[in-house]
Write a protein that binds this ligand. Structure first.
Ligand SMILES: Cc1cc2nc3c(=O)[nH]c(=O)nc-3n(C[C@H](O)[C@H](O)[C@H](O)COP(=O)(O)O)c2cc1C
Length: 355
């Protein structure tokens, strides 16, 4: 397994790496600091900076770098296809305290891939060749890639892995699904294992890593250097600490429903600005509660009740009812079978195609 020599030092060099997956409209400055409060991953990634002619740096996303209080390295993710602009933005970002530049080649949202950016790039290995070549020669620091295993199929997978080697990419985060598979299919861990064999850099296995035990199983199946976790870190922000516990042979902390209620309060603190209309605050909270609710009760009553709430009083009343009536009850380590977070994809706009 390639050693992550060039990468920033992990929290515990004896353990496999962990990273919080970039998630648009979720992994902002405040969410990352909430996650850090429960046990940081080794690495964070920003939401993507959109790059196009004359684009600037999104100031909100930039704050997750300039005001990063997690004490952990953060990679700046960029998405785009205009090579001079990708180079320009990567150079600008290099002046900030980032661990490296991460190129998004995986976003499956149709409105994104239709512009040949994100996952759309996977249809055009020659374009990837030019982009990685230019970025590599113009960026001094670490250059990393986050991608899926293909667009419609995996015909170009090996060609793209060759490019990862050709340009000495420092870290590959690999979501084991094609773009067309969105979030529905099983994750092709065998193809992540194939990439681990093929490339010279460390690989983070991504896709449906739902718990510490699942992380250990995925690490075992793929031989990856670490795991990258998205949705399950929204559901369970203790997951990175639990992975470290499990991998070092310690008992995994059991989280009570009262602790989960406290986590929800921290999330609420992020969105309580009175300048934001109550309806928007409620909807914003529901985005997180959709994931959290998968581990509250096996019948999904919490999820259906919270989806009906229209006001903050109703919403947090549902939280109190389900989480504080048996505060010492354990929050399930895995999502209960059959409970689906809606939406479970990049943006609400795309949710119709994601489900
Ligand atoms: C709400 C949401 C937003 C996302 N935004 C991004 C993004 O900005 N950049 C990116 O590379 N991937 C993005 N993704 C994909 C995740 O980083 C990750 O690859 C995917 O969720 C699979 O990992 P998981 O099963 O652990 O959630 C997003 C996923 C979700 C659910």
């Amino acid at each position: 397994m390639p050693q992550p020599d060039r990468l920033p030092p992990p929290l515990d060099p004896k353990l496999d790496l962990t990273a919080l997956a970039p998630m648009q409209d979720v992994t902002d400055l405040r969410f990352m600091s909430v996650i850090a409060n429960y046990g940081s991953p080794d690495y964070f990634f920003t939401e993507y900076f959109r790059v196009y002619p004359n684009s600037g740096l999104n100031q909100n996303i930039l704050r997750s770098i300039t005001e990063n209080s997690t004490h952990r390295p953060i990679f700046a993710q960029i998405i785009g296809e205009s090579i001079p602009d990708l180079v320009r933005i990567a150079r600008q970002l290099s002046h900030y305290p980032i661990a490296g530049i991460d190129l998004n080649m995986g976003c499956p949202a149709p409105r994104i891939y239709r512009k040949n950016v994100g996952g759309g790039l996977l249809r055009d290995p020659e374009k990837i060749n030019r982009i990685l070549g230019e970025l590599r020669s113009s960026v001094d620091g670490l250059l990393t890639v986050k991608m899926r295993i293909g667009f419609e199929n995996t015909n170009s997978f090996d060609r793209i892995l060759d490019l990862i080697n050709l340009y000495d990419i420092d870290l590959l985060s690999l979501h084991g699904r094609t773009v067309k598979e969105m979030y529905h299919s099983a994750v092709h861990y065998d193809l992540i294992a194939h990439a681990v064999e093929w490339v010279n850099c460390p690989v983070l296995a991504n896709g449906n890593v739902t718990s510490a035990i699942a992380a250990a199983t995925v690490l075992d199946r793929t031989g990856a250097t670490g795991v990258m976790i998205g949705r399950s870190a929204i559901r369970n922000p203790w997951i990175f600490k639990q992975i470290r516990q499990y991998l070092s042979g310690q008992p995994v902390s059991i989280i009570t429903l009262a602790e989960v209620r406290d986590y929800i309060e921290k999330l609420r603190g992020m969105t309580s600005a009175t300048t934001i209309p109550e309806r928007a605050r409620v909807n914003h909270m529901k985005k997180y509660l959709n994931f959290i609710g998968q581990s509250v009760d096996s019948g999904g009553a919490f999820l259906s009740q919270m989806r009906l709430a229209r006001t903050e009083v109703e919403l947090f009343g549902v939280c109190d009812r389900y989480l504080l009536s048996h505060p010492d009850r354990a929050f399930a380590l895995e999502p209960y079978p059959g409970l689906i977070a809606r939406p479970s994809c990049e943006t609400a706009q795309e949710s119709a195609t994601c489900l």
